[in-house]
Design a protein around this ligand. Structure first.
Ligand SMILES: [Zn+2]
Length: 479
């Protein structure tokens, strides 16, 4: 008899729960339910003990099927990867109630929220009594804010085919709570509601999108259905190379590859980062690839040159250049002398960034420079920062810093007429003009890293060729 109960019609279940099953094959669902049923079968003595004294309802078994057996439930439904034993125990259903539960799933009915209707109102509309509906709402509130339920949203009712007169045949419901999770509420044998948080499977795709400029990058990007955060990343990435305000014209083109994560209904859950961009500006095409050199991920041109400059010319935000490089009359000292750096006027406390990756070579008072930091970079470059109010945490000799990391704050220590950053760049210990340093080029990959980059570039080129043939230019990634 137990085996017969297990063979409950599953096909209708899949039809009734497209949100659970859209991206899963019917076969996978069967496998999953089969596992639950088998799990319940193993736990039968446990359930039977629990079921003593409860109404022994016989489920309506309408059809039996051959059910295949899966070995690993995690492979069947990613979001429901608990063992069937655990799931069955969590729901707290004993043998016959468990079978009823499966039947209820099988015949679940969608119920649509009307304008101004609460979840409790909805349940009462379909005949669930007031106290039961209130009880359900109160038990669900820890997992789901029922106020988030909007007009037009659907919940799925679980009704048992038969039940005692006082219980009604309401067993629970399932709410698609978000793109990534469902909340299921099931009435246990003791009449209490059990709330289960069920993650929905999310899969990853690569998408190749093309933006051709007609109006502006943002308008044309939106038309190409490229999400705003990807557009922002695109602008941030390419602004080392192009000026988006001046260089972009009608007919320019961007092909961008990025990851998107979609749920079982194919709805976008979130975007992964940008992977690759091919851009054609005024007839000239460049390609950039995201590559992690083991230290950080950034974009490189085909030849292995980084888009990012290895040193920033202005290691501070929103500052005004107040004094350039060269001879000048020093307002405090009262005579002319060479100014071997540039000054950026900014309010006291404005963060100062490390201009490039490197190691702190000096951090402390340094005569007229006041609080002063010097950083040693690759290729015989050094940068120095003067008149700081103070240093950021952990900025001391020997500390490793990253480009853009805050190293200190604008002040007016040492000989200074007002708060500003005095910034210097040294090449082989010689001071140079930071604003005209052509030598401060971009980082380049070499050796093993370059070999690795070339390999990834080759793989990506293959992927792109494959993608271009696919509908919607989308490629599913392995889990
Ligand atoms: Zn200065």
């Amino acid at each position: 008899m137990k085996l017969t109960i297990m063979q409950i019609h599953l096909t209708a279940f899949a039809k009734n729960f497209p949100f659970l099953s859209a991206s899963l094959s019917l076969r996978q669902l069967k496998l999953f339910l089969c596992l639950i049923v088998i799990g319940a079968g193993f736990c039968w003595p446990l359930f039977s003990a629990q079921a003593n004294g409860l109404s022994g309802l016989e489920p309506a078994v309408t059809r039996s099927q051959q059910i295949p057996v899966a070995t690993n439930p995690a492979e069947v439904i990613p979001g429901l990867n608990k063992s069937p034993f655990t799931l069955a125990q969590q729901i707290g259903l004993s043998g016959s109630q468990f079978a009823e539960f499966l039947t209820a799933l099988d015949s679940a009915k969608p119920l649509t929220a009307k304008r101004g209707e609460s979840l409790s109102d909805m349940l009462q509309r379909v005949g669930v009594d007031r106290s039961t509906s209130r009880e359900l709402v109160s038990s669900i509130s820890k997992s789901y804010n029922v106020k988030n339920l909007r007009a037009g949203q659907q919940v799925h009712l679980l009704m048992t085919p038969s039940a005692g007169p006082n219980k009604g045949n309401f067993m629970g419901l399932l709410i698609p709570a978000s793109l990534e999770r469902n909340v299921m509420v099931v009435r246990q044998p003791d009449e209490q509601f059990q709330v289960l948080d069920l993650k929905r499977p999310v899969s990853r795709n690569l998408r190749l999108a093309t933006i051709t400029i007609n109006d502006s990058l943002y308008e044309d990007g939106a038309e190409a259905k490229v999400p705003a955060n990807i557009l922002n990343e695109l602008v941030k990435t390419l602004s080392y190379d192009i000026d988006f305000q001046r260089d972009i014209h009608e007919g320019d083109r961007f092909d961008l590859l990025y990851e998107e994560q979609v749920n079982d209904e194919g709805r976008l859950v979130r975007n992964g980062g940008l992977q690759y961009v091919s851009y054609t500006i005024d007839g000239e095409t460049k390609r950039v690839y995201r590559f992690n050199d083991g230290d950080r991920a950034e974009f490189y041109l085909e030849n292995g040159e980084a888009l990012r400059r290895s040193l920033m010319r202005t290691p501070i935000d929103g500052a005004r250049l107040s004094s350039g490089y060269g001879m000048r009359f020093h307002p405090v000292l009262g005579y002319s002398r060479m100014h071997r750096g540039v000054d950026f006027a900014a309010p006291v406390g404005t963060p100062i960034y490390a201009a490039g990756d490197g190691t702190v070579a000096y951090a402390g008072r340094f005569s007229g420079y006041g609080n002063y930091v010097k950083i040693k970079h690759d290729n015989n470059y050094q940068t120095a920062y003067g008149h700081m109010k103070g240093f950021a945490n952990n900025i001391r000799v020997g500390a490793k810093v990253r480009q853009g990391q805050v190293i200190g704050y604008v002040g007016r220590t040492g000989i200074a007429t007002g708060p500003h950053l005095h910034y210097e760049i040294y090449v082989k210990n010689e001071q140079v003009n930071p604003l005209s340093v052509k030598a401060v080029g971009n980082a380049k990959l070499s050796g093993n890293k370059l070999t690795l980059f070339r390999g990834q570039q080759k793989d990506l080129t293959r992927t792109l060729a494959e993608l271009k043939k696919l509908p919607g230019q989308r490629l599913a990634l392995a889990k």
